[in-house]
Design a binder for this molecule. Structure first.
Ligand code: PHE
Length: 323
């Protein structure tokens, strides 16, 4: 008498060798037929004690099920015409690797640089009130600066933020100086789409408020940021500008591909803006800056059309891997 494990192995071996349906049924009846080896053993169970019956019974049933499965598989194999069921010479599916979107990539690079300088990250809502987006930033109703940032107005009087600057106000309302933050986000403008404009794009805001913040702190911070992001020998130019929420205001340009390119706006936080947030402008000063992430990405990777970022064309997305 073989023990059960041996019977199982022998049956599987026998199954491997057969080639026809007739042989398969022969073997099936040898093990599982009326007079089959397994069937007979199952019949002897009733003469055993409850304990023995339980152990042996479950073992026998396990083998029975396994053999039934093996028979089914063998049957399919024979019916499908022989041993080779799959064409192993066919080309398989290749799993493509994904890629970080260029906007995300550049955003992360920028944020990492500011983090290393001690800035932390803040966020704000995309649907804003007039107060946060304009009025608190010293852009009252009917101020001409509103024309350049026309947006989408909601029926409840709220609007889609035109820049990340409202996060300056929100942060100064909830935190006491010293404040050192960057704030990324999606912004919206009523602009016609062309190679450099999109009604939805991304910005990053920076804000530093403390007792003695000067324009040379601003200059040093931005220079060190730009050298890190581009390269140590890039040429940088500061030029006067105007924003209602900074005074003085300036623009920063870099020299690339034989041209001066504007990459961000900045300035010393206007005292009125500090006062709007209940920060004493006689004690505290601040600097702020704002940059367009798409614009930086375009300059950094020589991309000539902003629309490429949103079309999800894999041929474009695959090309930008550097960093
Ligand atoms: N919010 C300005 C814009 O969108 C950029 C800016 C931010 C300028 C902070 C100065 C200070 O154009």
């Amino acid at each position: 008498m073989h023990n059960l494990d041996e019977i199982k192995l022998i049956a599987i071996e026998e199954l491997k060798k057969i080639k026809t349906i007739e042989e398969l049924y022969e073997i099936k009846s040898k093990y599982l037929g009326k007079e089959g080896i397994i069937t007979k053993r199952l019949k002897t169970l009733r003469d055993l004690s409850i304990e023995e019956r339980r152990i042996l019974g479950s073992k026998l049933n396990e083998i029975k099920e396994l053999l039934e499965n093996e028979f089914e598989m063998k049957k399919e194999e024979i019916e499908e015409g022989g041993e080779i069921k799959y064409d192993i010479t066919l080309v398989g599916y290749k799993r493509e690797f994904g890629n970080i979107h260029p906007i995300t990539r550049v955003y992360r690079e920028i944020v990492d640089i500011f983090k290393s300088m001690g800035f932390s990250i803040e966020e704000g809502p995309e649907v804003e009130s007039d107060w946060y987006n304009f009025t608190a930033l010293n852009i009252p109703k009917y101020h001409p600066a509103r024309d350049m940032q026309d947006t989408f107005y909601l029926e409840n009087g709220k609007l889609l933020r035109t820049h990340t600057s409202p996060i300056q106000i929100r942060t100064m309302e909830k935190k006491k100086p010293p404040i050192r933050i960057v704030a990324p986000g999606r912004v919206f403008r009523r602009d016609e789409i062309d190679s450099t404009h999109s009604p939805v794009f991304h910005q990053l805001e920076g804000l530093y408020v403390d007792k003695s913040v000067s324009i040379s702190d601003l200059k040093g911070t931005l220079e060190s940021f730009i050298y890190n992001l581009f390269s140590k020998d890039i040429k940088i130019k500061f030029r006067p500008s105007y924003f209602p929420f900074t005074e003085p205001s300036l623009e920063v340009l870099i020299y690339k591909n034989n041209r001066w390119l504007e990459i961000l706006g900045a300035g010393i936080v206007h005292p009125k803006v500090l006062e709007n947030c209940n920060i004493d402008s006689k004690v505290y000063k601040g600097f702020a800056f704002g940059l367009g992430i798409e614009r930086i990405a375009m300059i950094k990777y020589n991309i000539n059309d902003i629309r490429l970022f949103y079309e999800n064309d894999i041929r474009f997305l695959k090309q930008i891997k550097g960093g």
